[in-house]
Design a protein around this ligand. Structure first.
Ligand code: ZN
Length: 99
């Protein structure tokens, strides 16, 4: 005799709270709804929708959209740091009384 188990792993109401709180995949499914499977850690999509290890385009010069390096993460971060330094410098100039 076979018995059906009480908990169905595909039904989310039995998931622990920590799993329910996990970020969800936002890929649009054929029904038009978001996928809602748990997203892979550090990514926006689940393992079936491009979140899998090794999927996605390479970073930097190896990426097909790479043109001149002006918009690499490093270049954007460098400009952000320079802007912050300039803002800091301008703020310190405002504080000091003029001689
Ligand atoms: Zn998904």
């Amino acid at each position: 005799m076979t018995r059906k188990t009480a908990d169905n792993p595909m039904r989310r109401e039995n998931e622990p709270d920590c799993l329910l709180a996990a970020p969800r995949c936002g890929a649009r499914t054929r029904s038009g709804e978001p996928c809602r499977a748990p997203a892979v850690r550090g990514r926006q999509r689940c393992r079936m929708h491009g979140g899998a290890k090794g999927s996605g385009a390479p970073k930097g010069e190896r990426n097909g959209n790479y043109k001149h390096g002006h918009f690499t993460q490093e270049a954007i971060e460098l400009r952000r740091q320079i802007r912050a330094l300039i803002a800091q410098m301008l703020a310190s100039m405002e504080e000091e009384p003029r001689p």
